[in-house]
Write a protein that binds this ligand. Structure first.
Ligand code: NAD
Ligand code: ZN
Length: 347
């Protein structure tokens, strides 16, 4: 048995013992060390994803850990290896896979949403999902590799180039990681974020911020860009008002990269798309090369992952950590400590 954090129903989580399956051929059993709570986990917690998530469901897809057992006929891994998991399983045969877009397979199994995730003490996954972590990276920081891979993918989808002016709407963990990755390619970046705490943290990372509740963001963008408007906007807030901001700040031929999950249909100012010849690009997940790049960016400190981690809580306290994030407390990234040591300390 292994203890796990489970989604039961809207706004209800529990921690309970669940069966851990021995690794079969091509599989590896991992002991998750740290697992991040993501905006998407909050969407699940709200009940927004009930059509997809089958309760009781073990959550968690941003993780680091160590290999415990290796299944039969599985090469290349040893117990003790430090790893992170790219939590995607594709069928390889659907039209999307055949066109080379396996990460958005039409029958994708996103491990941690569609099948049991990492917020547990033991987790069996296909060996093909593992990436090795350099010994130099502390495992808590390595839990931020997955959201960093999202950011790498998004900056690539938007084709951000050096010297471009980029507005990131929503300065949560994903938004700040996008801002940091965009900066590595030489873009000038502004972050639009409602929470004072999150703006302060962005400032400590050297990112300039605006408060959309107090400031006229489109006007500030006009001043910043000499009336041209931004080259790229990322919508990472998931809010209707955030989407409006992202559309409004773009200049002629600007690109809007949509990263956030919008569970509802939205009204969008399409006239603006026509008038300025804007482009809307969706961005979902990452591929293996994005993940490898993310391991490097976290390992070499380009992404100061430790500064984004607000708190580490033991597995038993994960449900209250979800409540804290939900109520918009002064937090950025919360990690759940799934190590056996933390579990023993809690007993
Ligand atoms: N495309 C993908 O593959 C992918 C991957 C991970 C997360 N996501 C999605 O991206 C979004 C962001 O993830 P996160 O973990 O950073 O979530 P988060 O909820 O922590 O961050 C969203 C931020 O937007 C801010 N915000 C809300 N309304 C705003 C407004 N009108 N203007 C400016 N800021 C506003 C909030 O204060 C918050 O800080 C979520 O919707 C998540 O589901 C998508
Ligand atoms: Zn497929």
């Amino acid at each position: 048995m292994t203890r796990a954090v489970r989604y039961i129903a809207a706004r209800t989580l529990d921690t309970a013992p669940v069966k851990s399956l021995p690794p079969g051929p091509g599989e590896v059993e991992v002991a998750p060390a740290y697992v991040g709570i993501c905006g998407t986990d909050l969407h699940i917690f709200h009940g927004d994803m009930d059509a997809r998530v089958h309760a009781p469901a073990v959550l968690g897809h941003e993780m680091s850990g160590r290999v415990v057992r290796v299944g039969p006929d599985t090469e290349g891994w040893q117990p003790g290896d430090a790893v992170t998991v790219m939590p995607l399983r594709w069928d390889g045969t659907c039209p999307a896979c055949r066109a080379g877009h396996r990460h958005i397979c039409q029958h994708l199994d996103f491990i941690g949403i569609d099948s049991p995730g990492a917020m547990q003490q033991r987790w069996t996954v296909p060996a093909a999902t593992l990436l090795r972590l350099p010994d130099s990276v502390p495992l808590d920081r390595a839990a931020l590799v997955e959201p960093t891979a999202v950011a790498v993918h998004d900056v690539g989808r938007a084709e951000v180039r050096g010297g471009e002016r980029v507005v990131v709407v929503g300065g949560g963990p994903v938004g700040l990681l996008i801002a940091l990755v965009a900066r590595t390619v030489g873009a000038e970046v502004r972050v639009v974020e409602l929470s004072a705490h999150r703006r302060l943290l962005a400032g400590k990372l050297g990112l300039a911020t605006w408060d959309p509740a107090e400031q006229n963001v489109p006007e500030l963008v006009r001043e910043w860009t000499g009336d041209a408007g931004a080259d790229v906007a990322f919508e990472v807030s998931g809010a209707a008002a955030g989407m409006d901001t992202a559309v409004e700040v773009l200049g002629v031929r600007g690109r809007l990269c949509l990263v956030a999950i919008h569970p509802q249909h939205r009204e969008v100012n399409l006239h603006r798309f026509f008038w300025r010849e804007l482009t809307l690009v969706g961005a979902r997940l990452y591929d293996r090369s994005d993940f490898e790049r993310a391991v490097t960016l976290v390992a070499d400190g380009t992404i100061p992952a430790e500064q984004l981690i607000s708190k580490v809580v033991p597995l038993a306290e994960a449900p209250s950590a979800f409540e804290a994030l939900e109520s918009g407390g002064d937090v950025m990234k919360i990690l759940v400590d799934c190590t056996d040591e933390a579990e023993e300390a809690a007993v």
